[in-house]
Design a protein around this ligand. Structure first.
Ligand code: IMP
Length: 198
């Protein structure tokens, strides 16, 4: 039996403004008093895990053990088939210390060259953790293809090069509410809600 969220304070263990916005919107209809790790002055742990799940758990546990609260963390990224799953868990790091995603998208374009396989997935692990060290963790994904140059003003990170399967626009061109319905984060969130919030 998964452990359920009892209501009350929930810390979002992320310092990424784009993710915080999306997770707050996903949580809007639940009885949670949401605060971010940044608002509590919690440090960002180093992401030493070798999978999305390991990193999500490491981030959620650092916040829940550090602040004695229930915490939710997201670890996510873009996995490109032609690059054997890269940048994967290193998606944020490909943008360098200045978080330059134009640079990161160009690096992907260069690494892919003229490889005809344009398939990619966005993957998201969400981990809910308690101060006693218990975690409930769920993974979601969305399939698509990559396009260059980047297109669209919405979203964040790699959204402007990702066309979800069945569409002809990128996540960067898509109405944010529509992205939130079908994204990797929404998929992981649905699994989390079914197990821990319903
Ligand atoms: P991390 O989970 O903090 O390691 O960072 C994940 C990185 O993956 C983000 O900085 C983005 O570059 C990328 N990423 C994750 N989710 C999305 C998304 O929904 N759209 C675009 N990029 C994303």
């Amino acid at each position: 039996m998964p452990r359920r969220f009892p209501g009350g304070k929930l810390v979002l263990a992320s310092h990424n403004a784009g993710k915080l916005r999306e997770i707050r919107e996903l949580l809007a209809s639940f009885k949670a008093n949401v605060v971010s790790a940044g608002e509590l002055g919690l440090p960002e742990p180093e992401e030493t895990g070798l999978s999305f799940i390991a990193n999500a758990e490491l981030k959620a546990l650092a916040a829940s053990l550090g602040a004695n609260v229930i915490a939710l963390a997201d670890d996510s990224g873009l996995a490109v088939d032609a690059l054997n799953g890269a940048p994967g868990i290193y998606s944020a790091r490909w943008a360098g210390p200045t978080k330059d995603f134009d640079l990161a998208m160009r690096k992907i374009q260069n690494a892919m060259g003229d490889n005809p396989d344009r398939n990619a997935q966005f993957i998201c692990a969400l981990s809910l953790s308690w101060p006693d060290g218990h975690c409930e963790t769920f993974e979601g994904k969305v399939e698509g293809t990559l396009t260059f140059p980047p297109r669209g003003p919405h979203g964040f990170g790699y959204d402007p090069i990702f066309i979800p399967t069945g569409f002809d626009i990128t996540f960067g061109e898509m109405d944010p509410a529509k992205k939130h319905d079908m994204s990797h984060r929404a998929d992981a969130f649905r699994r989390l809600v079914a197990a821990c919030f319903s």
